[in-house]
Design a protein around this ligand. Structure first.
Ligand code: NAP
Length: 302
C-alpha cells in the first residue's frame, strides 16, 4: 500500500502527469535517506520503499510504501507505475536473492531504469564484493536500462571506531594499505543525477566513485590526533586477531566475515584508486575525509 506520511492513500491514482515516478528501495539507509531528501525538492513523483513506512524519518512530502526484501511478494505492488528505481539493501546474507527479486519485480512492472548501489573492488570471493558482482551480472542480462554505482569504502565506516578512538587507539587488519573513503552524501548526489537523466532504453552504465584522495590508517590516526589535540594511534592486528576481536564483541559471523574481508581489501589497497567521476557528474569536488571527521568529531571526543 502506498501512502503519504500518516495518510492512507491506497486509492490515490498512480497514473500521473509527465513527472517521472521514482522509487527508492533502501530509502532510510545511509545513501538512500540523503538521496530521498534531495529528490524531494525535484520535479518528480517520489516513493520511498521501507519495511516501516510509519517510522521512516523522511521529508513529510515523500510518499512511502511498505516492502520487505525478504518477502518477494511485497515488491511488485510497490513498483506499480514506477519509471525509475534506486536499489540499495543493507548487507544481508540474502542480499543476492533479494536484490535479484527486486530487479525481476521492476522489470515485470515496467520500470525503465534501475540505479543500483554496488561496490568497487576486484573480481573476488570476498563479501560483499562477490554479492555485488552476482547482482550486477544478473542486472546486465535484463531488458532494462541500468546504472551501477561502485563506491569505495564509506567514510562513515569510521564511526565504528568511535569508542576506541575516545580511549586513544583503534585497531584492525588494514595494515599499511591505502583506502579512498567516500562521503555517502556524494554517492547520493551522483545517484540523484543518474535518476534524473533521461537515458536510452539500451543504456548500461557503471560509475566508480571515490573521495579526493587515499589514506593509510596511520594517516587517518594522525588526522584524528590533529583534530582532537591528543595522540590517537592505529593498532595493527592480524586478520585472525581481528576476527577474534569482532566475534568477542558479539558481532554476527557473517558481519565479521564482511569486516575482515573489508580489511583485506584495505590492506591490499584495492580501494585506493582516485577517480574524478563525482566531480564530473555533480559539478562539485567530492567531500574530504578531513571535512567529515571535523563534522563528526564529537563522536570521537567523548
Ligand atoms: N559500507 C561501505 O563502506 C560500503 C561501500 C560500498 C558499497 N556498500 C554497499 O552499500 C549498500 C548499503 O549498505 P549500508 O550498510 O550503507 O546500508 P544502510 O545504509 O544500513 O541501509 C540499509 C537499507 O536497507 C534497507 N533494508 C535492509 N533490509 C531490508 C529488507 N529486508 N527489506 C527492505 N529494506 C531493507 C533498510 O530499509 P528499512 O530498514 O527502512 O526497511 C535501509 O534503508 C550495501 O549493498 C553495501 O554492500 C557499502
Amino acid at each position: 500500500m502506498i501512502h503519504a506520511k500518516g495518510t492512507d492513500m491506497s486509492n490515490h491514482s498512480l497514473s500521473n502527469t509527465q513527472k517521472p515516478r521514482i522509487a527508492i528501495a533502501g530509502a532510510t539507509g545511509r545513501v538512500g535517506s540523503t538521496l530521498t531528501t534531495l529528490l524531494a525538492s525535484d520535479p518528480v513523483d517520489l516513493v520511498a520503499l521501507t519495511r516501516q513506512p510509519d517510522a521512516a524519518q523522511l521529508p513529510a512530502s515523500v510518499a512511502t510504501a511498505g516492502i520487505d526484501f525478504e518477502r518477494h511478494d511485497t515488491l511488485r505492488g510497490a513498483l506499480r507505475g514506477v519509471d525509475r528505481l534506486f536499489i540499495s539493501q543493507g548487507s544481508s546474507p540474502r542480499q543476492v536473492d533479494n536484490e535479484i527479486a527486486m530487479i525481476d519485480a521492476a522489470v515485470a512492472s515496467g520500470v525503465r531504469h534501475i540505479v543500483k548501489l554496488s561496490a568497487s573492488g576486484p573480481a573476488t570471493r570476498l563479501l560483499p564484493f562477490a554479492w555485488h558482482m552476482q547482482i550486477e551480472a544478473y542486472l546486465a542480462r535484463q531488458p532494462v536500462a541500468s546504472t551501477v554505482l561502485r563506491p569505495g569504502a564509506f567514510t562513515d565506516l569510521l564511526k565504528r571506531a568511535g569508542t576506541a578512538v575516545v580511549s586513544g587507539s583503534w585497531g584492525g587488519a588494514a595494515g599499511n594499505g591505502r583506502v579512498n573513503f567516500i562521503d555517502t552524501r556524494d554517492i547520493a548526489e551522483v545517484a540523484r543525477v543518474a535518476l534524473l537523466e533521461d537515458i536510452e532504453p539500451e543504456s548500461q552504465r557503471a560509475y566508480h566513485l571515490t573521495g579526493p584522495r587515499a589514506w593509510t590508517m596511520a594517516q587517518v590516526a594522525e588526522e584524528f590526533s590533529r583534530l582532537l589535540g591528543r595522540s590517537v594511534t592505529y593498532v595493527h592486528r592480524s586478520p585472525a586477531q581481528e576476527r577474534e576481536a569482532l566475534l568477542a564483541a558479539g558481532l554476527p559471523s557473517f558481519f565479521v566475515d564482511l569486516l575482515v574481508g573489508l580489511d583485506q581489501a584495505f590492506r591490499e589497497s584495492v580501494l585506493g584508486e582516485t577517480t574524478s567521476t563525482v566531480e564530473e557528474l555533480t559539478g562539485k569536488a567530492p567531500r574530504s575525509l578531513t571535512g567529515w571527521l571535523t563534522e563528526n568529531i564529537a563522536t570521537f571526543r567523548s
